[in-house]
Each structure stands twice: as structure tokens, then as C-alpha cells.
Design a protein around this ligand. Sequence first.
Ligand SMILES: *Cc1c(COP(=O)(O)O)cnc(C)c1O
Length: 394
Amino acid sequence: MSAETEKKEFEKLDKEYIVNVYNRLDAVLDHGKGSLVYDVNGKEYIDLSAGIAVNVFGVCDDVWQKAVIDQLGKLSHMSNVFYTEPQIVLAKKICEKTGMKKVFFSNSGAETNECAIKAARKYSHDKYGDGRYTIITLKNSFHGRTMATLTACGQDSLHQDFGPFLPGFVYAEPDNFESVKKLAEENKTCAIMMELVQGEGGVHPLNPDFVHQVADYAKAHDILLIIDEVQTGNGRTGALYAYMRYGIQPDIVTTAKAIGGGLPFAVTMFADSCQHALTDHTHGSTFGGNPICAAGAISIIDRLDDDLMADVRKKGEYIKKELESCQNVEWVSGLGLMLGVKLKKDLMEVVNGCVDAGVLVLTANGLLRLLPPLNIPMDVLQKGIEKIKAVIDG
Ligand SMILES: *Cc1c(COP(=O)(O)O)cnc(C)c1O
């Protein structure tokens, strides 16, 4: 069987046996190292997708791999009814680096947001009693695919087929403080939840004035501010967490994707204000804080330092400038290495063209989206961007 026939056979079996929710691009990936990935035919791709902002140090990163393998040979899994060391070490590091007071570990973006939603409702219930349960999110937001986090998403297109939804979610206009304030006055509100750079909704960084107005209003009314950093977190925007770039103090920060370095891992962080909201038996997770994932996460958080953050900002500016110079690019949005490109050309034609040319890219709500590994070597990045430019203007 020729390599190409084998690839077609894989694609056929995938379509036959796996639920068709992904509309996959035409590449059957097999192995890789860092920012380079290879398909089953040995074709090389420059990875500007990082598994959707997961592989901060690329695929099969040496330091992460060693941490994971060492832990795998020591203690693979134990129940959360016992103490395990990697969790404790990681929790302390995260709290020391962020100033947050406590963490809860789970396995995915949706779960970390579920935890935040539960904690916010419990905080409010403990303090104010029944009824004060509304959570304000923003239009175009994305918070996950479970029923509660799907309800939290401010996108009608995601809601069409799955009602009824969870009561107590309302949607404000992004970058419009009056819209948030109006909803907060009309509803007994316990929390405001938002991404600082809306990812899936179209790589839109929120206006800093808006963010500060919302943060101040929330604080004045004892409404918890939940910042969803599942995608923006862990260095992606050129700061350890995007809220640090915006200069605000959230009550709850949720993160996942990159923190696990390629294994499923998520963290919900609590500030002083609500660190005691979740108490004995009010929440839990079988796999949350799994020793292997936690050991890997330690090796990630340890390396997200100021030098890397400066490098992320520099590389982001470079990509922006290069792509803005393309004739068929309308604009480039984003922060750090989380970028969206509005094209004057058919999006899927460009995406397929990039994959064909050996560059892995993504889309987000009508935009070309780039989320390279943060440590991608400059010469590899340059080569990738040149290829994309050739596809866009070719
Ligand atoms: C990816 C993402 C999620 C959902 O994460 P899963 O791990 O797929 O559940 C939630 N919020 C944001 C901002 C995301 O980008």
C-alpha cells in the first residue's frame, strides 16, 4: 500500500468510527519534536497551532517528558482521599507566582469553569441566601461544552440544538460597560465571567478601560470576577496570566490547556475573597491533580519566566507586522502569541493551503488563528510565516 493510500485509509476509518464533530484538516499526524510535526508519510509541518494553545514548549518537550516519565515510574494515580506530593508542590508554586490563595485541580477547561461557577454560586448562597445566582458572561465568549459551560457561552450558534439550558446566565456586550451594569442591576448577580482575549469567539482582546470598569464594579458590589484563562493563561499573551497584563485582581482564575503541557490538566485558582467557598464534599474529581499530569505541570510553570514572556511579546509583534503587510490581510488582532487574522480571501482555502504547504494553523470564528509554541525558534517561525504569506498572497 502506498503511503498516500494508507493516509486515505486512515481518514476513511476515522470518519467511519469516530463521531464526526471535528471536520478535520487533511493531515494524519504521527510524531514530532518541539515545533516540528510529521505525518504518517514523513511530511514535515511547522506547528503554529500547538494543539490549540496546549503545547507551550512544543510536542514531546524534553523537560516535560522527563518529569512525566519519572512520575509514571513512581506513582501513576491515587485517589484524592490521600495526599500526593506533585499536587502540593504545584499548588504552592501557582499560588506563589500569582498571589492567589488556593487551587482546585481538574482535567479540562470545561471542568475548571464548572468549578468556578459552582464556587461563585456557593459563595453567594452562603453569604446572601437563595436567589442571588445570576452569572453575567459576554457575547461571543467561549467557556466549554458541558451543559453549564455551554450555557455560559455567549454564542447563539452554539445554543441552537441543546435546550433547555441552565437558568441564571445572561449575556452582556463585550467592551460595553453600561450593558454589564444594566444586567447586574436587573438580576441578582453572583459573578461576572469573561475571557480577557476572547479566543474561539474571534481572538478579540477586551478593551482595558472596559475590563477595569467591570472589575471595579464587581468589587464594589461583592460580585465575583471570574477570569477564564483556559486559553490566555500560562504565558500565551506574553504574561504568566492575561489578567496580569490588564492589571486587575480577579476573584477566580480558571486555566487548563497549556498548564498540562500536553496531558489533560486544569486549575481553578481562588483569591482571598472566596478561598473558603468550596468546603468538605462540595466538589471533587477522580483524576483532578493526577500525579503524572501534576508533575508535568510543575515542569511547565517553572519555565514560564520573564525572559520567555518578553520573547512571546516580541514574536507576537513580529508575526503581526509580517502578516499586516500582506495584500489579502484586512487586519490582525490578538495579544502575545494568540493571534487572529482577518483575510480578504476564502478562509478555508488559506487554511488548506497552509497545511498543504507544511504549516499547521487554526481558525476562530471566521479568522485564521495562530497559536505557536511559545519557545518556537525564530528561524522556524520565520519559515512558517513566509509560507503563510505565500499562501495568503499567492
Ligand atoms: C478551550 C477553552 C475552554 C474549554 O476547554 P476544554 O478543555 O476543551 O473543556 C474553555 N474556555 C476557553 C476560553 C477555552 O479556550
